[in-house]
Design a binder for this molecule. Sequence first.
Ligand code: GAR
Length: 189
Amino acid sequence: MKLALFVSGGGSNARVIIDRFQAHPEEGVEVVLLVSNKATAPALTMAAERNIPTLVIKRAEFRDTTNLLGHLENFGVDFIALAGFLWLVPAYLVNAFPDRILNIHPALLPNYGGKGMYGANVHRAVKANGELESGITIHYVNERYDEGNTVYQAATRLDPDDTPEQIAERVLRLEHGNYWRVIRGLVGG
Ligand code: GAR
């Protein structure tokens, strides 16, 4: 599997995935490209330090042209994992990679999903509702935010005193432990 990671920010999930598969080439997943929608994303430096090619995309080009497909083809990409990527994926990209784009969402979908529900917003909403459980959802991507078929979910108990930041930490730990496993499970599929 030649994997492209799409990110918007810190890229801690991307880092874990890159490190895992660089350390275990026998597992059959090669991260060949990291795509960022932000030129200042720390993930770009992180990837470059690991000798992963990077690409910065601009909104209009991503949304209104199919130029990205040529880049993905040049790198031989056959699977995409969104790892903290905040733009809606356009139809041409979904259609070019049917059931071959995964997203990780930091909550138990269908709750706490949809437009505007990302990162800290999710954890603040979970806290505001007094939830005693949150978790992660790994799902295929379609043209609507957070609505593709679920591949994997894992839950974590919350302490009533947890702050949104502590909830984020618990959830991120689950993400780091599971996203690469789920990707590995899809090799050859
Ligand atoms: C992760 O928690 C991921 O689940 C979330 O952004 C964070 C990125 O962290 N994604 C979404 O909210 C998508 N709706 P990272 O950049 O450190 O991997």
